[in-house]
Write a new protein. Structure first.
Length: 236
């Protein structure tokens, strides 16, 4: 007959094995990989917010290499006014990354680049100079400067995601021009995700009700007051 001490050790050993069996193999935290690049970098705080998004949701993408293209539009004072993106086939991850970019503080060096660009003679802004990769002028509409940032490479398990971001800086004239492709669903979606409603489950597994409200908005062109799930749920 085994002694009480031996039985205790055996029980602990079986418990340890059972615990290990529940841990997914290959699970790891998302990490950022830096590589040499002469372009301006995404601010460290923003890169960390994006990494946190990938850490939480990137594993659901599956094995592969994904590129998240984003254009961060800022006004003449460096405030982010819009984020356009494409490339990630996971709605909540894409939204999380857009929110991270919307909170980005534009580095002073980029604002100085815009100031220099605006000061150039109008004749020079008709094209892109050979010594200015990533800078584009559009004087016919307004002064617009686009600067491509260094890629942010994030790896989680067998998934690699590359954030390829650019900052688009516009002049005062461009701020007053309303874009025809403005998305009436984006701001309400951001508000929903920043509220307590984001914790409510939606119609898709592991997706919040905000995504269901967003899908309804995309169909109707207007953010709904409420939607029918198992019962009526508020979107505002």
């Amino acid at each position: 007959m085994a002694s009480p001490c031996a039985r205790t050790l055996l029980t602990l050993g079986l418990l340890g094995c059972a615990t290990l069996a529940l841990v997914p193999l290959g699970c790891s935290a998302a990490t950022i990989h830096d590589r040499a690049d002469d372009r301006p970098r995404v601010p460290a705080a923003t890169a960390e917010r994006v990494r946190a998004c990938v850490d939480e949701l990137g594993g659901e993408l599956g094995t592969g290499y994904y590129t998240f293209d984003a254009t961060v539009k800022v006004d003449e004072e460096g405030r982010v006014v819009d984020v356009k993106s494409k490339g990630v086939p996971h709605p909540e991850l894409a939204i999380c990354m857009r929110i991270a970019l919307r909170s980005m503080t534009v580095p002073d060096e980029l604002l100085r680049v815009r100031a220099l660009r605006v000061a150039e003679p109008a004749a020079k802004t008709n094209g892109q100079g050979p010594d200015e990769p990533g800078l584009v002028g559009h004087p016919a509409v307004a002064v617009v400067v686009v600067v491509a940032l260094a890629d942010v490479i994030i790896e989680v398990g067998t998934t690699v995601l590359v954030l390829a971001a650019a900052v688009e800086m516009t002049g005062e004239i461009a701020k007053t021009v309303r874009k025809e492709d403005d998305d009436p669903c984006q701001e309400p979606l951001n508000d929903c995700l920043d509220s307590a409603r984001q914790s409510k489950p939606g119609s898709v597994w592991r997706h919040s009700i905000c995504l269901a409200c967003h899908a309804k908005c995309k169909g109707n062109g207007k953010w709904p007051d409420k939607i029918m799930m198992s019962k009526w749920e508020r979107c505002k």
